[in-house]
Design a protein around this ligand. Structure first.
Ligand code: NAD
Length: 488
């Protein structure tokens, strides 16, 4: 069993039970973790609160070098971390290598950004005055992380939160806690005790007590809309800073000028990366009605060529889904589409050659419409539902006909269409011809029900700093606008 990390020590805390961690590709139990209790959150928050003042007052050079050291240690342990990530999350090794690279560079990026500046000087109303803005840390940040990118989404919160001078309590997903605990043991172990804490357990027993805790002013959460709404209902009346990264239902629009082979590859990557379990997965594909068949055929041909198997096999393109209940929900969406007239052009079932693990074939569908669940709700699995549009205006209307607004993709080289797309589509990230590529300096986050938080970039640092305005008058003297009024 792996232990929790509280106040610089590995502990079973108050747990009386353990939670087993399963490999989604084999269904084998790979390890277990303590089933943490609210008392463990209490102790972790206490530790993070006690060290906050010294961490926030630490010189920026020293803090930066400690964060660079985190990056250096992740780099040193990369192979082992990738292996563990592949076992607990399931996606192919190549995708996990990419995820770990992101972790390394996110810590490096924020180590530097954190010492760049912490405010600005304003133009004062009078020459004798000095006005400036200080951006300062909030205190203890609760970081609640999902299972689909267990380390990347941890780094996008923890690195900027620490760089801004906050301390953190991390609650990893109960399905993928092992890599977070590995980082605690090997990569956070040089930080002062209490600066980073990792409490394992279920959402209701550890996540919710973290949200309710009066000494945790910020909750940085990535996860489902339902959990985000619950967190908001608890945190909003407590006036907490809620940083919520929620679900998505991203569209890819293929324009008439697109090359069918390129468009097919872009769509498959966007829809099937991590078996479609990316918040910015393409979950709706819109193709032009005129000449649409060539796009559909190219997509089917390309998807047919993909190899499904365990992530540990270097020949695998697509791994398993995370668990049985997630696969069951996915299958419901496919069944609903079929019963309402959708056609399965490829896939549609569980792969015959894989008897263990939560695998599902990548599934290409046509004849879908917006009355179907698969075009409305987050599916979070390997589906490629294709719908035709008549005009580009209609494609944009369909893209926006969605409660979520996380990302959107356009495949085109037509500048007029590209401009119309990024002007009129309501989404936090617009990708033209290169879906799902993020940028350390580029804010990532959503609009509408995807939540309004932003990660990465300077905005991602500011999410963890609050603003204080200082008005300073050098002259300690009576002011003409003080009482009594009406003096000559
Ligand atoms: P989830 O909401 O079930 O769980 C996320 C985390 O919240 C887990 O650590 C869980 O234990 C915890 N949790 C559960 N109930 C809680 C509660 N009542 N109070 C506090 N914490 C609680 O989500 P998931 O299934 O782990 O992740 C998949 C979801 O995450 C998808 O909806 C996906 O779109 C979303 N996601 C969003 C982004 C983004 O950046 N917008 C990125 C990745 C994933």
């Amino acid at each position: 069993m792996k232990l929790m990390y509280i106040n610089g020590k590995f502990t079973n805390g108050h747990a009386t039970e353990e939670i087993q961690v399963q490999n989604p590709a084999t269904e084998e139990i790979i390890d277990s973790i303590p089933r943490g209790k609210p008392e463990d959150i209490q102790e972790a928050v206490q530790a993070a609160k006690s060290v906050f003042d010294s961490w926030r007052k630490m010189g920026s050079n020293e803090r930066a070098s400690l964060l660079h050291e985190v990056a250096g240690k992740v780099h040193e342990h990369k192979e082992k971390i990738v292996q563990l990530l592949t076992l607990e999350e399931g996606k192919p090794v190549a995708e996990n290598e990419e995820e770990v690279e992101w972790v390394i560079n996110t810590f490096r990026y924020y180590a530097e950004l954190g010492r760049h500046h912490r405010g600005s000087v304003l133009t004062s109303g009078e020459h004798s005055q000095f006005n400036f803005i200080i951006k300062e840390p909030y205190g203890v940040v609760g970081c609640i992380v999902p299972w689909n990118y267990p380390l990347l989404l941890l780094a996008w919160k923890v690195a900027p939160a620490l760089a801004a001078g906050n301390t953190v309590v991390i609650k990893p997903s109960e399905m993928t806690p092992l890599t977070a605990l590995y980082l605690a043991e090997h990569c956070f172990n040089h930080l002062p005790a209490g600066v980073v804490n990792v409490v394992t357990g279920y959402g209701l027993e550890t996540g919710e007590p973290l949200v309710k805790h009066p000494d945790v002013p910020v909750i940085a959460f990535t996860g489902s809309l339902a959990t985000g709404q619950k967190i908001a209902s608890i945190g909003a009346p407590m006036m907490k800073k809620l940083h919520l990264e929620l679900g998505g239902k991203d569209a890819t629009v293929i324009a008439e000028d697109a090359d069918p082979e390129i468009a097919a590859k872009a769509v498959a990557y966007a829809a099937l990366l991590n078996a479609g379990q990316v918040c910015t997965s393409t979950e709706r594909v819109y193709i032009p009605r005129r000449g649409g068949a060539k796009f559909t055929e190219a997509i089917v041909e390309h998807v047919k060529s993909l190899r499904i198997g365990p992530g540990t096999d270097s020949a695998t393109d697509m791994g398993p889904m995370i668990g049985d209940s997630y696969r069951a929900k996915f299958e419901k969406h496919i069944a609903d589409a079929k019963s309402n007239g959708a056609k399965v052009l490829f896939g549609g079932g569980r792969p015959k050659h894989l008897t263990k693990g939560f695998f599902h074939e990548p599934t290409v569908l046509s004849d879908v419409n917006h009355s179907m669940v698969i075009m409305r709700e987050e599916t979070f699995g390997p589906a490629v539902p294709i719908m035709e549009y008549t005009t580009f205006d209609e494609a944009i209307k369909l893209t926006n006909d969605c409660m979520f607004g996380l990302g959107a993709v356009l495949i085109s080289n037509d500048p007029k269409k590209i401009k119309q797309f990024f002007d009129d589509v309501k989404a936090g990230t617009i990708w033209i011809n290169d879906p799902l590529t993020d940028n350390y300096a580029g804010p990532f986050g959503g609009m509408k029900y995807s939540g309004g938080a932003r990660e990465l970039g300077e905005v991602g640092l500011d999410e963890f700093r609050e603003v204080k305005h200082v008005h300073w008058d050098f002259n300690m003297e009576d002011k003409s606008y003080w009482y009594p009024y009406g003096r000559e």
